[in-house]
Design a protein around this ligand. Structure first.
Ligand code: T1G
Length: 655
């Protein structure tokens, strides 16, 4: 089979009278200009060659087509546009079948939709994640998908951006078959279509959907949109598909896509997309191989330790959990299996996988079992003596090449490392609770950490499906140091005249799921109080210090756990507590502060600036490697709305 080259990334060869077109545009077969040009030439070639009775389109490697080339957004358009490619495929007079060999996302899914038939490999995944980039599909997705799946499923898929596996795709009518040899099956399908009329997706009439079901599907999508524009536009376009002509629907979709593509929200989400792919890259680790890790030791199986254990188990590791007593070990095992049970109940984990996880789990009181561990994470009480003594004990138990990782939030891991026999094997792995759910892990590069130990910690975090961000050693690392600065600024404004619920409302309107005082009450005020007391002796006497939170703690108001904090939780919902207002007014009076009013805009602007200023210091001190890492920490660990891009992105955008 001689191959014909249609562009630098598109070639074709004829098999059983069918032109098999392969898109080969590493790394994800994105529909760059040369892919679009090659596809049009290949389809024209198929039509021109009389012996060709059909066409199959597929991708090279493990991706079908990962979508439009996001890197081309904002660049001058190059013909043909993706909608033009779709139209050429759909209106081809010979059958075109998609052999979906891997991820068919965004424009990739739209290519499949424009084809006359679709066969998926077991490894295929199909979806329209455009809303996650702040845009809507721009090449027919909102108009063609509902013609195959119906309006309700299309609203769900396009509005949420979720990806489906072949079985669900088949059930939805998104593919015509699933095959282990999807190429042969696709060729056979194309040959079978050669004689009859072609089923053009754009020509399918959408059955009138049940209005209440459509409203329910739309409501579900919009409930998660939290202030983003794209999901609502996606829902509008899909609904319109059953009420307007294909031509008008496509024109509306394209105009909407172009408008959103150039929006700040889309720029922010593209920033986050590329930031996540830069985050794990550490230049000094080029060529450094991570150590082999198969068995993970976890000391402490409380909430944090159990979460880490579940993350490691579901990633395929063997786990040895250690507790101080057999009774505590039994409780720890119960906690871990309880989390696994919940994952099974929610459909996130199969029964089989749960059993396999439990088969790979040991929880005991005998620390000697850690001799089998390649990496040990401690998740014990955040006290320097406790952690240091533990690591000193582990020095005598674990094997020479084993890695010791501390999960400390605020202690100095250099101090822990320097107290052990092999400081070079100590690294920080700061998980965020619940560790089996939160993506963010701060990987702390301690002064003595060996490069291959840091590489091992990054590889471990990635295998857990986490988003690892490297941090240098500073109190609170990246996230908590910025959170402290953000909290200080918020308390300054409270002392100057703002109310906690006003600050929280401003943040929630901006896009945070919860305001800072609500978060504070959830986490517990006593944690920051303990740290402030620890720092009191060395605090700069000239630096402004707000005592309101101290007064709350002295009154035993630690937050939700005590029923009172910045708010009153005695009723079901959090409520403004007049006692807190009295306490705030007393603090102002004690400093002679005449309270002033604040607008929501000023509150948000000051808090964002406080975060960005602290982020700038972290960059100057070399604690954070790049500003986009800081954005990822605040988005994934502290609720900063991703569609705003993060505090550094906002500061750069409005600079
Ligand atoms: N465009 C450009 N570059 C992309 C890209 C894309 N669509 N997708 C990935 N990359 C780069 C990425 O930055 C990284 O670069 C490398 O490829 C590997 O990525 C018209 C308008 C396909 C599941 O949103 O979900 O279609 O760091 O690490 O883990 O309606 O990439 O190597 O320099 O993620 O194997 C819609 C986005 C676009 C899918 C593969 N599509 N991509 O995962 O690799 S908008 C998406 C992914 C659209 C149409 C609209 C994943 C993947 P570098 P990776 P992976």
């Amino acid at each position: 089979m001689s191959a014909t080259r249609f562009s630098e990334s598109v070639s074709g060869s004829i098999r059983d009278g069918v032109l098999v077109i392969t898109i080969d545009n590493a790394p994800v077969n994105a529909t760059s200009a040369h892919v679009r040009q090659g596809l049009v030439k290949a389809v024209d070639h198929a039509v021109a060659v009389g012996t060709v009775i059909g066409v199959v389109v597929t991708g090279a490697g493990r991706t079908f087509v990962g979508g439009a080339d996001i890197k081309e957004f904002g660049m001058p358009p190059v013909e043909p546009t993706l909608p033009e490619v779709m139209s050429r495929i759909e209106n081809c007079r010979k059958p075109v079948v998609a052999a979906i060999n891997g991820a068919a996302l965004g424009g990739g899914c739209e290519i499949a939709l424009a084809c006359h038939g679709r066969i998926a490999a077991e490894a295929a995944s199909i979806g329209m994640p455009e809303v996650k980039l702040g845009i809507v599909p721009g090449a027919g997705g909102t108009q063609r998908l509902p013609r195959l799946t119906g309006t309700i499923a299309a609203i769900d898929l396009i509005g949420s951006g979720r990806t489906v596996k072949p079985e669900e795709a088949l059930r939805l009518g998104l593919v015509d078959g699933i095959a282990t040899d999807q190429m042969s099956t696709a060729i056979a399908l194309a040959r079978g279509m050669a004689s009859g009329p072609l089923r053009r997706t754009g020509g399918i009439q959408i059955a009138t959907p049940d209005a209440s079901a459509v409203d329910a599907a739309a409501k579900k999508v919009l409930a998660k949109a939290r202030g983003q524009a794209a999901p609502a536009e996606a829902v509008r376009l899909v609904r319109a598909a059953s009420e307007t002509s294909l031509e008008d629907g496509l024109a509306d979709e394209r105009a909407t896509f172009l408008r959103l593509r150039d929006s700040l929200e889309a720029a922010a989400l593209r920033h986050v997309f590329f930031a996540e792919r830069q985050a794990g890259k550490v230049s000094k680790l080029e060529g450094i191989a991570p150590r082999m890790v198969e068995t993970v030791g976890i000391v402490g199986t409380g909430l944090m330790g159990a979460g880490i254990a579940v993350a490691a188990l579901t990633a395929g590791y063997r786990v040895v959990g250690i507790e101080q007593s057999e009774d505590a070990a039994a409780k720890g095992r119960e906690r871990i299996s309880g989390i696994l049970d919940k994952a099974v109940q929610s459909g996130r984990l199969s029964d089989l996988a749960r059993t396999a996880c439990l088969d790979r789990l040991q929880v005991a009181a005998d620390a000697g079992r850690l001799a089998a561990a390649d990496l040990v994470v401690e998740a014990v009480f955040d006290d320097l003596t406790v952690k240091t003594e533990l690591f000193q004990r582990l020095d005598g138990i674990v094997r020479p090449g084993a890695i010791l990782a501390t999960n400390t939030s605020y202690l100095n891991p250099d101090e822990i490392a320097s107290a052990t026999a092999h400081a070079e094997r100590v690294v920080g792995l700061h998980f965020f609770s619940p560790a089996n759910v939160m993506r963010l892990v701060e990987v702390v590069d301690c002064r003595a950490t060996a490069p291959d130990v840091l590489a091992s910690a990054l590889a471990f975090a990635k295998k857990l499906g986490k988003l690892p961000i490297v941090s240098g050693v500073t109190e609170g690392f990246i996230g908590n140091r910025i959170f402290s600065a953000y909290r200080r600024e918020a308390e300054f404004m409270i002392e100057d005249g703002a109310a906690p619920d006003q600050v929280d409302a401003a943040l929630e309107t901006y896009g945070f799921p919860m305001g800072i005082f609500n978060v504070y009450d959830m986490a517990g005020l006593e944690i920051a109080w303990a740290r402030r007391k620890r720092q009191a002796a060395t605090r700069d006497p000239n630096a402004r210090y707000v005592e309101i939170a101290d007064r709350l703690c002295e009154a035993g108001r630690f937050g939700r756990k005590t029923g009172k904090g910045w708010y009153d939780y005695s009723s079901s919902e959090k409520a403004v507590d007049p006692a807190v207002s009295v306490l705030i007014e007393a603090a102002r009076t004690a400093k002679g502060i005449v309270p002033r009013t604040f607008t929501s805009g000023e509150i948000v602007e000051r808090l964002l600036r406080a975060m960005a200023d602290e982020g700038k210091s972290l960059l100057e001190e070399g604690i954070a490697a790049r500003s986009s890492d800081i954005d990822l920490v605040m988005i994934n660990g502290y609720g900063f709305p991703a569609h705003k891009g993060g505090p550094m992105f906002v500061a750069d955008t409005y600079a």
